[in-house]
Design a protein around this ligand. Structure first.
Ligand SMILES: [Zn+2]
Length: 224
């Protein structure tokens, strides 16, 4: 039985990094709905036009369209064994659709929430900086550049984001918690929901996630 891995966690919790590591380890595709929408918006198709107009109006693309995109994308051969979702679902309605899709595809949804505290998120994000030239993201504590505060590749001084100050980070944290609460509640009542401690190192978090996925796969596929 294949698996659909749903990674949850707020921006800064390391979700994107873990999604990438998982994709590499298992050889499964990683789907970021944000990336797919950007891609579609650039095409000269009916769907491309709809996505462009919705985004231009500052609105969110509807659940129906997202569902259709996901269904179509994951019907391809390389999605057969499993895939990793980053940024989807965001709502209970989307989660319910995913459940339905998983059933139709004969896959099991495994949800992993990477939890971080407000304080450690502030600690982490105030240490975040980026290269103004190539866009590479560094963290002075968790992923420091080789030479102090300069990009490894471009050698230019790194800069901090203007909204990576404690007050703004705390605000983002609270907004995220509030928005995600119903979705977490929905998943907490299900069997394949796991929470990992996002305050550990990237490697430790990854080991934990990998162990969860392997155990879940083994439990549901005795033949291996
Ligand atoms: Zn650079």
């Amino acid at each position: 039985m294949g698996a659909i891995i749903v990674l949850m966690g707020m921006p800064g919790a390391g979700k994107g990094t873990q999604a990438r590591l998982l994709a590499e380890r298992f050889g499964w595709p990683k789907i970021s709905t944000g990336d797919i929408l950007r891609e579609i918006a650039e095409t000269e198709t009916e769907l491309g036009r709809i996505v462009r107009e919705t985004q231009k109006a500052g609105q969110l693309v509807s659940d129906e369209i997202l569902a259709e995109i996901l269904r179509e994308r994951t019907a391809q051969g390389d999605y057969q064994r499993g895939y990793i979702l980053d940024g989807y679902p965001r709502t209970v309605a989307q989660a319910a659709f995913l459940e339905e899709l998983a059933r139709a595809q004969g896959k099991r949804v495994i949800v992993i929430n990477i939890a971080v505290s407000r304080r450690s998120l502030v600690e982490r994000l105030t240490q975040r900086c980026a290269c103004p030239q190539c866009g590479e993201i560094y963290n002075l504590r968790f992923k420091p550049p080789r030479q102090d505060e300069r990009c490894d590749r471009c050698q230019v001084p790194l800069v901090r984001r203007a909204d990576d100050v404690p007050e703004a980070i705390e605000k983002r944290y609270d907004v995220y918690q509030e928005k995600t609460a119903p979705l977490l509640e929905y998943y907490r009542g299900r069997t394949a929901f796991f929470e990992v401690d996002g305050e550990r190192s990237i490697e430790e978090i990854f080991q934990q996630i990998e162990a969860i996925v392997r155990a879940e796969m083994a439990a549901n596929d005795p033949q291996g």
